[in-house]
Design a protein. Structure first.
Length: 310
């Protein structure tokens, strides 16, 4: 009886915690819609942006979501994610804007990387800044969370970018009592982060509680892989293979979904949300430990963020 009461207590506490996080995120989404003239939600088809889309639907129901979704497509995405993205935006009835890194390459605005570790992940910044300028977006809603990586822990809820898209983590506005200041100068824009205070465990628990669907790559499946430097990458035409690479078929899942060339898989048998939750809690590795491009230097992600990255 005591164990049963303890389990019920934990479940009630978890639901209360998720309810508070959900309310905070909905408040932020509504503040963005109220304070900015032309906001947009950055959408990749990954679990965090799927949760963001669900929260946006709740925030403005029964009305339509009052802003478009924007996907910066590297051209090296998991096909399962792109299929899921299109199905979800159609179900939500929102406008999806897609801008392609390949176009930035063709226009000689960025240069395709070469060599073993070539990736288009960092090249997205130019494409994003061009899209912001093209459509006049003054706020971009992103799915970044403070627990993901140390540079993301420095972000405010409303994070101001200058007219060059640059971020100065030393010069940010205070946000006492969740008072969000959306005033910006001409040329500036804001990155807004409604799920900043969520953790990876919160995201998966919320997905479980709300019964949200995800792309199949998040769950255990057999896949052709390239073993490189101890990490497993999805085999694709986008990888520049070298002699030391090993080709294997393994059962894996992905904890984060990005550019296929720099997103490593985890060996796993977790094929349900419940199993993924249990496995993540027991894991000694961080979520972004699977993002190989973050390991180029100690401050790799922070440097990209200073230049306008997500």
């Amino acid at each position: 009886m005591r164990i049963t009461r303890w389990v019920k207590h934990i479940k009630m506490k978890t639901k209360k915690h998720l309810y508070e996080l959900e309310n905070e995120s909905i408040y932020i989404l509504r503040e963005v819609a109220a304070q900015f003239k032309k906001p947009v939600l950055l959408f990749s088809g990954g679990k965090d942006s799927i949760v963001m889309a669900h929260l946006a639907r709740k925030a403005f129901y029964p009305s339509r979501i009052p802003f478009s979704f924007l996907h910066i497509d590297t051209g090296h995405n998991f096909p399962e994610t792109i299929t899921f993205r299109d199905e979800l935006v159609n179900a939500l009835g929102v406008d999806l804007i897609v801008r392609y890194v390949q176009d930035s390459i063709d226009q000689n605005k960025v240069q395709e990387e070469s060599g073993k570790y070539a990736s288009r992940n960092a090249l997205q910044t130019v494409t994003l800044l061009d899209a912001i300028d093209e459509f006049g977006f003054d706020a971009c809603l992103g799915g970044a969370r403070r627990d993901e990586e140390k540079s993301r822990a420095k972000e405010r809820i409303f994070s101001v970018r200058d007219d060059f898209g640059q971020w100065d983590y030393k010069n940010q506005r205070p946000e006492p009592f969740q008072l969000l200041n959306g005033r910006i100068q001409f040329g500036e824009n804001v990155r807004a982060f409604p799920i900043s205070n969520w953790t990876e465990e919160d995201i998966w628990t919320y997905i479980l509680e709300e019964g949200l669907e995800l792309p199949s790559v998040y769950f255990a499946h057999e896949r052709k892989l390239v073993k490189r430097d101890g990490a497993y990458l999805a085999h694709s035409e986008f990888l520049n293979l070298v002699d030391t690479d090993e080709i294997e078929n393994r059962t894996v899942r992905f904890r984060t979904v990005g550019d296929m060339t720099c997103t490593a898989a985890f060996i796993s048998e977790a094929d349900t949300v419940e199993k993924v939750l249990k496995e993540n809690v027991a894991s000694k590795h961080s979520e972004r430990g699977a993002r190989i491009d973050d390991k180029r230097s100690e401050s790799a992600l922070e440097e990209r963020k200073k230049g306008g990255y997500f």
